[in-house]
Design a protein around this ligand. Structure first.
Ligand SMILES: [Fe+2]
Ligand SMILES: [Fe+2]
Length: 221
């Protein structure tokens, strides 16, 4: 169980910081929280620490886009309220975990919390990936006008990564995540199927106004 007051503090003070994020917004954060807590059970980790790292991990995005992991780590490290719940050593472990969560990182995270966070940050779900990747594409490539072009860009990016690395790296090689990754890669490499999923998402956000908001309101990328 997560400490009730700690949870309330984070819900009130940290989650609102994600309000202007879409692909890194609360849908993503809640997904990472669920994954991290699932792995916390598996590896018998401190659940409060797991909840904190998942909640803080992308919060530094709009301060320094390129080095958001470091910024998120700094925010966690300097948070005065967290110091009421954790000792110095725990704060350092959490800070390092957040700093090490970048997916393209080549060296293993410095501690198990970092490994668990980094693995939990993966989108091994084609629906979630479609949502996040299309938003990123719309935001960063305003010159791209058609669904087909957006899809091809997104698809090339992921298939390149799958082909180059063999598959997405996992630090823990947790069997539950390995199984999810297999299903995800199988779904994704079926291009016709992937395109159908992306098209449905594209049509949905175009119709309900989300696309407009991604371009003009949300601040993440
Ligand atoms: Fe991140
Ligand atoms: Fe993230």
């Amino acid at each position: 169980m997560i400490n009730k007051e700690l949870k309330e503090y984070i819900e009130k003070n940290i989650f609102p910081k994600y309000e202007k994020y879409y692909s890194h917004g609360m849908i993503h954060i809640n997904n990472v929280i669920n994954n991290v807590l699932m792995l916390a059970d598996y590896y018998n980790l401190d659940k409060n620490m797991c909840y904190v790292i998942a909640s803080f991990h992308d919060v530094g995005l709009n301060i320094d886009r390129e080095n958001h992991e470091l910024m998120s780590g700094k925010i966690l490290n300097e948070d005065k309220v967290l110091k009421q719940y954790f000792d110095k050593n725990q704060i350092t472990i959490m800070k390092e975990a957040v700093e090490d969560h970048r997916g393209s990182r080549k060296e293993c995270p410095r501690n198990i919390y970092g490994e668990v966070l980094s693995d939990s940050d993966r989108d091994f779900d084609i629906f979630l990936l479609a949502k996040r990747q299309l938003a990123t594409s719309l935001k960063n490539y305003p010159e791209v006008k058609t669904f087909d072009e957006h899809f091809e860009r997104c698809y090339k990016y992921i298939t390149n990564r799958i082909n180059k690395e063999g598959h997405f790296n996992l630090w823990t090689n947790n069997p539950i995540l390995v199984e999810r990754r297999e299903k995800f890669e199988k779904d994704y490499l079926n291009k016709e199927y992937a395109k159908t999923v992306y098209k449905e998402e594209y049509d949905r956000i175009e119709k309900d106004g989300t696309m407009e908001k991604i371009i003009n309101y949300y601040e993440d990328y």
